[in-house]
Design a protein around this ligand. Structure first.
Ligand code: 6GU
Length: 242
């Protein structure tokens, strides 16, 4: 039984989208994971299969109905196989590599993509949804956010990435940003590759890369750097991405 993703959306035709290409797409073809996008409107109410209504208390936009969303969730959960139910929203917990690892290690996910102003709060609570955001900016819908989440999970599934690029070698896995990369030509438009990388001294290369990682993290992501230094000083009292 492979890792399973079910998407609840008003735009199922957006999937697999980017997930049908490259690494995730090849893994999908191999059956390392499966993807099903289900139309929420199938669970809509009345002759017009309505899925939304005006907000109580007034205001702009429309809110997705709790009964409709509950029925859509029920149709997936009825199939058994306990999977976490995620609701993509900028109000959610920020997606990070720790959550990605946790989800990738499980049986799969059910991902609800909202449109309009959002979802009636009661069904979020009744279904005990995990609300997840992909960053501090607003998208017009949860679909691109769901693709981000799935891409991050799928690349960690067993057999999806080659050993050389095993997902744990890079940015965030050690809580630091990656060092910069260079390839041929050794000189390009007057810009030379750092000498140490041409030296053949593996230990010197490794320590240069470590120093570059640390400098980039300190400068660009003081938040990650603070967590990293806290971890190095007291590994039990803090954590790097879990
Ligand atoms: Cl998960 N959804 C939407 N609509 N906007 C977002 C987001 C999610 N994460 C950040 N912005």
């Amino acid at each position: 039984m492979s890792w399973r993703a079910t998407i609840l959306t008003l735009f199922p035709e957006m999937f697999p989208g980017t997930l049908g290409h490259s690494l995730a797409g090849r893994a999908l073809e191999r059956g390392d994971w499966s993807l099903e996008a289900r139309q929420i409107r199938e669970f809509g109410t009345g002759r017009h299969r309505n899925v939304d209504d005006t907000p109580f208390g007034g205001g702009a936009g429309m809110v997705m109905r709790p009964d409709v969303i509950d029925a859509a969730c029920g149709s997936v959960m009825a199939e058994g196989g306990e999977r976490p139910l995620l609701y993509m929203t900028p109000r959610g917990q920020l997606l990070d590599q720790a959550l990605v690892r946790e989800l990738a290690a499980g049986p799969g996910v059910v991902v609800l993509c909202g449109r309009y102003e959002g979802l009636d709060q009661r069904v979020i609570e009744a279904r005990a949804m995990t609300e997840v955001s992909v960053g501090d900016y607003v998208l017009s819908g949860g679909e691109p956010a769901a693709m981000v989440l799935l891409d991050a999970c799928v690349r960690l599934l067993p057999g999806v990435m080659g050993a050389s690029e095993s997902g744990e070698e890079e940015s965030f896995s050690h809580g630091l940003l990656e060092y910069p990369h260079y390839t041929r030509p050794a000189e390009w438009n007057g810009r030379r590759v750092p000498d140490v990388l041409l030296s053949g001294h593996h230990a010197e290369v490794a320590s240069w890369r470590a120093a570059q990682s640390e400098a980039a993290t300190r400068l660009r992501r003081p938040d990650l750097w603070a967590r990293h230094t806290a971890f190095v000083e007291a590994p039990d009292a803090s954590q790097i991405n879990g």
